[in-house]
Design a binder for this molecule. Structure first.
Ligand code: COI
Length: 355
């Protein structure tokens, strides 16, 4: 068990917070005063430290840079109206982190290092939690291999770190999405369900091409037929068709099991929707529903993205456009989720972890 005293704490003498405002922040550009760092060596985790945010000194041969044994998580901390700090569902991200670690042949991070380290770090930097609407403290735990060895094999040494970023919305307007049918994000047996750094590196060419066509992001489709939709570059996807909500199923291992996806399924059910989350979603069914006037809303869910409305979905030459100002469901879902996160309503699910 890691107790607070096993984590060495070295604090800054002057906070950077004195020189900046926590309003109207971009996503992921500023970092708090402190970070957590721990090393895995000789089969155990050691040197667990919270210290001033600073650059890393690494060997050019550091394995992760060459072969991509690198994973991460995205979590958010909020303040309630009384100023108490909470983290949203961190245990769920912890579980997913070690699922990613296992897939990438990296050591598991013990729960007490991950959870107690995060709790202490957020507590030390809690004055950095913004209170403005759609703002939060983004928590980025990550791990990468550090052997200074360029043979291809699982590393023997790793670094686990947590950094914190006071942050505004990832997307601040409804998005235009291009349904991708040339490139592939994930196939069964691959690493689609893992939050592995390489999944994001591999997505950038498709995203750039979509941007060149005037779109913000891609909606990935399956590797074989490019017909079954998977997820959007930075978030899971939901469709409201008639009186049902659909989100692609996870069992093929090609889609990230989002914590916000799971929370959205729960809240949509509370709102009275039948949520279908155990089936694949075929693009032709979406087009058919759109032609019949039954595809009412399309939105993304993610830690960074929260609930993001989709105003346009394009598949080949077929364009589905939506007037998001008329929508009721995704905005209501977002409000209910935010009310829980910002402590404006009761947390009946035990989602908020008090610092
Ligand atoms: C998140 O939603 O936390 C993510 O990690 C998505 C993206 C920023 C990479």
């Amino acid at each position: 068990m890691i107790a607070a005293m096993d984590i060495n704490v070295q604090k800054v003498s002057t906070s950077k917070l004195n020189t900046m405002s926590l309003e109207n922040l971009p996503f992921g550009k500023y970092y708090t005063d402190h970070m957590l760092e721990a090393d895995y060596e000789d089969g155990e985790w050691k040197n667990i430290e919270i210290k001033p945010y600073q650059p890393l000194l690494l060997e050019p041969s550091t394995a992760a840079i060459h072969y991509g044994q690198a994973i991460f998580e995205g979590i958010k901390a909020y303040k309630d109206p009384a100023g108490n700090a909470f983290i949203f569902r961190p245990h769920d991200n912890y579980k997913r982190f070690n699922l990613s670690a296992e897939r990438m042949q990296m050591p598991a991070v013990p729960e007490d290092i991950f959870m107690e380290g995060m709790r202490m770090l957020v507590d030390i930097d809690k004055n950095w939690i913004p209170s403005q609407e759609d703002h939060s403290l983004y928590i980025r735990p990550f791990m990468f291999s550090t052997d200074p060895v360029i043979g291809v094999k699982p590393s023997e040494k790793y670094k686990f770190m947590i950094i914190l970023s006071p942050t505004g919305p990832y997307y601040n307007k409804p998005m235009r999405i291009y349904v991708e049918e040339k490139y592939t994000r994930a196939a069964p047996g691959g690493i689609g369900y893992a939050k592995a750094a390489g999944n994001y590196g591999a997505s950038m060419l498709a995203t750039t091409e979509a941007k060149n066509k005037g779109y913000d992001q891609v909606l990935w489709t399956d590797a074989f037929e490019h017909k079954y939709v998977q997820e959007i570059g930075t978030m899971n996807v939901f469709f409201i068709i008639g009186d049902k909500a659909y989100t692609p199923e996870l069992t093929l291992g090609t889609i990230l099991g989002g914590v916000t996806r799971d929370s959205s399924i729960t809240i949509l059910r509370e709102m009275g929707f039948e949520v279908i989350d155990t089936e694949r979603v075929h693009i032709d069914n979406l087009i058919e529903a759109h032609k019949a006037g039954a595809l009412f809303e399309v939105f993304g869910t993610g830690t960074a993205a929260t609930i993001t409305l989709i105003q346009e979905l394009r598949y080949k030459d077929y364009v589905m456009e939506f007037d998001t100002n008329k929508w009721r469901i995704a905005p209501e879902l977002k409000k209910r989720l935010n009310d829980i996160r910002y402590g404006k309503t009761a947390d009946n699910h035990g989602w908020m972890y008090k610092i």
